[in-house]
Write a protein that binds this ligand. Sequence first.
Ligand code: S3P
Length: 182
Amino acid sequence: MTRTSIKRDKANIVLIGFMGCGKTTAGKAAAQLLGMGFLDIDAEIERAESMAIPDIFRERGEAYFREAESRRLRSLAGSGIKSAVIATGGGVVKNPENMRLLREIGLIVYLSAAPEKLLANIGKAGQRGRPLLDVPDPEGELWRLHKERDPLYRSFCDAVVDCDSLDVNGTAQKIVEIARGD
Ligand code: S3P
């Protein structure tokens, strides 16, 4: 299957969704299946700031992180990137400018998952810090954020993958089908 079959002639696939939905793991697997590159915005921010995300939040605050995130998206939109699967951070949807930039960059696919599944995945991920859930009631906070963000993800995306009954490979396969316009 050729890259030109990517729906609506979008050059890239952009994955959005809540922390723990599998944007990075399924995104990497889908990129491999599609013969596309893979880019993780969080990893790009960490590289640019020479700091891990939990440290950025702790030492510089969330507002600083959000500005770094938008800066990275502006530069990516101007870079002419092509043929990549791009994983975004879960909070990217909070800023409409981010979503406008992501629309320019690629076809937006929402990896949707219920809070129970997200909690299980985040538990499995173990050591990778998620500063927004570093609160006295992380489970309650996840439910609260999910309720706030799920409608936003849905309103900005071009396609939804319901990941609740899919493993990483199943999710990757769905992303591939969307990319190929099946
Ligand atoms: C965030 C999600 C994280 C990371 C940062 C903020 C969020 O990315 O960008 O901790 O606001 O949901 P993941 O969705 O990859 O965990």
